[in-house]
Design a protein around this ligand. Sequence first.
Ligand code: ADP
Ligand code: MG
Length: 141
Amino acid sequence: MTTERTLSIIKPDGVKKNVIGKIIDTFESNHLTVIAAKLVQLTQNEAEGFYAVHKARPFFGELVQFMVSGPVLLMVLEGPDAIAKNRELMGATNPANAAEGTIRKRFSASIGENTVHGSDAPETAKTEIAWFFAENELFTR
Ligand code: ADP
Ligand code: MG
């Protein structure tokens, strides 16, 4: 087991549905600790840069528009195997395929509006955290 950090985002649909607390409770109940957090409305540039890996996908424009449509909660989670654990708690990208009890099964309306983002590997976690947080904004405990 490795202590890891991962970037979590509660997307605009999750913030609008007023389920920030329920989602954070899910993390904290599963050994993940919030070591950084900010509620912000992303700019077009921030959202495009963050999702640059998906630039060629047909849903890229829709994804960016959705991500700037309202405030999001940016967080860094830390804990044992945090990257995989967060992905497990999130559930499949398409909520229709997400396992019972996962965040996306509980709260998500569609594959586009799927409530949460989570880094998928150590390298992406590192770059995604650095995209939104300075080192002195992370409070390891
Ligand atoms: P995940 O967020 O599970 O890592 P991906 O990295 O594949 O999923 O996709 C990034 C985000 O792009 C998804 O969370 C979702 O919001 C959006 N997305 C993915 N596939 C589609 C699709 N087919 N149609 C619309 N939006 C999509
Ligand atoms: Mg992804």
